[in-house]
Design a protein around this ligand. Structure first.
Ligand code: HEC
Ligand code: HEC
Ligand code: HEC
Ligand code: HEC
Ligand code: HEC
Length: 403
């Protein structure tokens, strides 16, 4: 009797495990960490060359819009496809089609045309090869035409331009709507984020900057007075810079850091107390924002003045997300606009020695963790030495002794 029961139990276990696995794969698992929304579910339709122009590559536009072209070229919009971090993560996600709808959004830039999704499943696209695919154009990532060319017309922010190409005024260029499409990435079913994997618009809405009439462009496309095209009139234009976390000088604009100590001088046996106030002084959304891998660290180190570290403490500002078996954002402590966080450090001055000690307080911005960076190198072909963390604040406070 006993011998017959045993295999039955095993098959019941196997069947329940398989059922659970199939249910998990069908209903919970997603090959991507976000959900779809109508405005980026499909690529931007194929765009032909508007009359009066010889092409729609950025270089073609740059022939007349030279300053804008030079600005765009160094931005991460221009690098959104060739960016080695994007390439490595894309490989990690098996080069799934949907990434390109934001990172190289025109049909002209994609090797395939997606005709639909079987059962609405992101993992099962109905793909056809694309005869209009231009691989050089793909490398331009978020190129001029991604925002400005529709149906043979150049769309833009003016009502009165006189251009050698057809133009049409589109009020969205003066609002956050043009950024929303890509910068408000929603979570998918069974993904529990606080706002979405990348919810910069959501963080901006209802904050003091939105109330004062700021848009994303106010800070990310700062104003300049100049002709926007060779031979055109001087105008107030928006510089095409879009600087963010890849530019330490921009991150420095976001933060204000203040370090204080509880006393000016210490005696052996005293406990020295330090506080660091970290304020989001200049960003219209939380810091860090965007990609959930971003974070800041605040580090206090008591040093012996000769490079040796005696005591150290590190705090992290970011998001803690459980990625598996389901996506759940467990905790976050990012800093909303015009708010601050206070961090502390204590050090007991020893009885014997004390002169020459220094407190070093440092704030570092991280594009991703060291661990993730190593993994991308080891498994997903990341070869470039592009920086992925930057010290954005550093202060050295000598510990003074005396009465
Ligand atoms: C991510 C979308 C986006 C991309 C890519 C983009 N632009 Fe723009 N462009 C805008 C927005 C938004 C404005 C309006 C800025 C403002 O006034 O606030 C604008 C404005 C302009 C203007 C009017 C003058 C000005 O600067 O305000 C010209 C001309 C222009 N863009 C040309 C280009 C060219 C050429 C490229 C490629 C080299 C390009 N744009 C890439 C979004 C984009
Ligand atoms: C042969 C020169 C030339 C080329 C090439 C050219 N433009 Fe222009 N563009 C102009 C001029 C001139 C204006 C009008 C400037 C003004 O009125 O301030 C203009 C205006 C614009 C505007 C503002 C339109 C509006 O009404 O808001 C945008 C946006 C723009 N161009 C984008 C592009 C893009 C994108 C390309 C490439 C696909 C491109 N241009 C190629 C000369 C050119
Ligand atoms: C077609 C999709 C798309 C649109 C539209 C778009 N962005 Fe982006 N943006 C991206 C992607 C993708 C990246 C990340 C590129 C990368 O790092 O590889 C990015 C990166 C950025 C960055 C960070 C750059 C850095 O240094 O890390 C800023 C800032 C930014 N965008 C601002 C804007 C603003 C402001 C607008 C509206 C005027 C806008 N974007 C419109 C897709 C878009
Ligand atoms: C008051 C100025 C201000 C406004 C308004 C603003 N930003 Fe920013 N933004 C900043 C500063 C400063 C930084 C640099 C800090 C950082 O990278 O965390 C930044 C960083 C970013 C980044 C880079 C994040 C990363 O991971 O590297 C993105 C993307 C971005 N902003 C998009 C937007 C969008 C989209 C809007 C509009 C909904 C917007 N910003 C409105 C000032 C602003
Ligand atoms: C809805 C638009 C959208 C889609 C779809 C999308 N991204 Fe992005 N991606 C963005 C935006 C916006 C940023 C910039 C946010 C920031 O800088 O923090 C970004 C940034 C990134 C970055 C950071 C780049 C850097 O230099 O640090 C990586 C990596 C990335 N995306 C990979 C992917 C992959 C892989 C996919 C597909 C699985 C994907 N993205 C799909 C909009 C999108």
């Amino acid at each position: 009797m006993h011998k017959i029961k045993q295999p039955k139990l095993i098959s019941v276990l196997i069947i329940s495990f398989l059922t659970l696995y199939i249910l998990y794969k069908t209903f919970i698992y997603s090959p991507v960490i976000f959900g779809l929304r109508d405005d980026f579910k499909e690529a931007v339709p194929f765009q032909a060359i508007p009359s009066g122009l010889s092409g729609i590559r950025a270089g073609d536009c740059g022939a007349c819009h030279a300053e804008i072209y030079e600005e765009w070229k160094v931005s991460y919009h221009a690098k959104a496809f060739v960016d080695p971090f994007f390439q490595a993560f894309w490989r990690k996600d098996n080069k799934i089609w949907v990434c390109l709808n934001c990172h190289a959004p025109l049909v002209n830039q994609q090797p395939w045309v997606i005709k639909g999704l079987e059962g609405g499943n992101i993992a099962r696209p109905v793909k056809e090869s694309n005869p209009e695919y231009d691989s050089e154009f793909q490398r331009e990532g978020i190129t001029c035409a991604a925002c400005h060319v529709r149906n043979g017309i150049i769309i833009g922010p003016y009502e009165d331009s006189k251009a050698p190409h057809p133009t049409k005024y589109d009020p969205r260029f003066r609002t956050t709507e043009i950024c929303y499409t890509c910068h408000q990435v929603p979570g998918g079913p069974f993904q529990f984020y606080n706002g979405g994997p990348c919810a910069t618009y959501f963080e901006f809405e209802d904050n003091p900057y939105a109330g004062k009439g700021y848009t994303c462009q106010t800070c990310h496309m700062p104003r300049a007075i100049r002709p926007d095209a060779a031979g055109g009139p001087a105008r107030e234009v928006g510089r095409h810079l879009w600087m963010g976390g890849h530019f330490p000088e921009m991150v420095k604009k976001a933060i204000e850091v203040n370090v204080e100590q509880d006393r000016e001088k210490y005696k052996p046996g005293d406990t020295a107390r330090f506080t660091l106030t970290f304020t989001n002084k200049g960003a219209g959304h939380k810091i860090p924002t965007g990609d959930p891998d971003r974070f800041f660290t605040v580090r206090f180190s008591m040093t012996d003045g000769r490079g040796g570290i005696i005591k150290e403490k590190t705090y992290t500002i970011g998001r803690w997300i459980l990625w598996w078996p389901a996506i759940i954002e467990v905790y976050e402590n990012r800093v909303p606009p015009l708010q601050n966080k206070i961090y502390t450090f204590e050090y007991r001055v020893p009885e014997d020695v004390a002169e020459g000690r220094h407190l070093v307080a440092e704030v570092t911005y991280h594009i991703m963790t060291d661990r993730m960076h190593r993994k991308l190198k080891r498994k997903y072909g990341l070869a470039s030495e592009d920086g992925y963390s930057f010290v954005v604040y550093s202060k050295d406070v000598p510990l003074k002794m005396g009465d």
